[in-house]
Write a protein that binds this ligand. Sequence first.
Ligand SMILES: Cc1cc2nc3c(=O)[nH]c(=O)nc-3n(C[C@H](O)[C@H](O)[C@H](O)COP(=O)(O)O)c2cc1C
Length: 343
Amino acid sequence: MTPHETYSALLHSDAPLLALAPMQDVTTLQFMCVIDRYGGPEIYWTEYFRIHGDSRPEKWILDSITKNPTGKPVIAQMIGNDIPALVRNAKLLQQFPVAAIDLNLGCPAPIVYRKCAGGGLLREPQRIDAILGALRDAVTIPFTVKTRIGFESPQEFDLLLPIFAKHKIDLLTVHARTVLQMYRPGVRYDLIAHAAKELNCPVLANGNVFSASQAKQLLAETGARGLMIGRGAIRNPWLFDQIRTELRGEKTKLPTGRDVLNYIHELWDNEISPGVKESAQVQRIKKFTNFIGEGIGVKFLHDIRRVATAADFWRVCEEHLNHDARMPLEPKSDALAVPAANQ
Ligand SMILES: Cc1cc2nc3c(=O)[nH]c(=O)nc-3n(C[C@H](O)[C@H](O)[C@H](O)COP(=O)(O)O)c2cc1C
């Protein structure tokens, strides 16, 4: 089966579709391999390919497509606003083993939205209309969109939905916040339900999914075809399996502190390139522990953010995680760890 045949079979099955959210600098080939060993989602997204004038798909992002050993489909995401460049890259990317081509309409990083790309495009619905028209004509495999609900106000969502419908996109992922809201509380799940009702295409619900029971409730409440999960999956790689277990009506099992410690070891072994300066290795692993720490506690986060050596890093991890107590790994506060430059 080709990746888009696998993807289409997933969409035609009864089970909700669980996806790992695209995350720049996180959803690398290595991370996909780690998360898949914990059960993983049914489908992956690449982080975005930056598309402009004469850009070519970045090699390290292509690796997550061409070297993907998980057997699960991957969707290639693009960000940009230059129509000829988007069309040229979409045609190029669809020759790789991808399930679909996705357009990013959500990135809230000022450096991106000020150039009217990602979430910045939500201020210009007519431009979105033109881009989707051109991409719909060019893409011969499924074509999907990942959006926020507006740039400034959720009321903008009503103007966007008819554009998505007009171009017959194959799937819409809705991160139910506005661009200016960044990651602040107040995810509008009601607008995901609205999109799922209004559109003919499947809709994935995205934003703050953190536990199996909440995921089950969200699927029922929104009528979404599935869930896309980002930070919740970094924090808790067992989450996808926990959700599948919950949906079967069985009791989910929580990991112990030591299981979490082993997960961090696995990330280190897969994400850290030997020979790189120790301080750079510690910085790299902190990209993950900043998120994982949200599910461990404020003291862990405080301590881990201050370490500079590998020895100190492991000392803090051991101190907090070398135990057999079960851990829900749900965020301890809504102040989730999102670097300002990220989405
Ligand atoms: C570190 C980081 C990088 C991200 N990079 C991307 C990206 O490349 N493309 C994209 O569409 N969204 C990106 N996002 C947004 C996520 O895909 C997702 O929409 C958002 O985190 C909300 O989902 P969550 O609450 O499950 O994390 C990123 C988020 C984070 C935290």
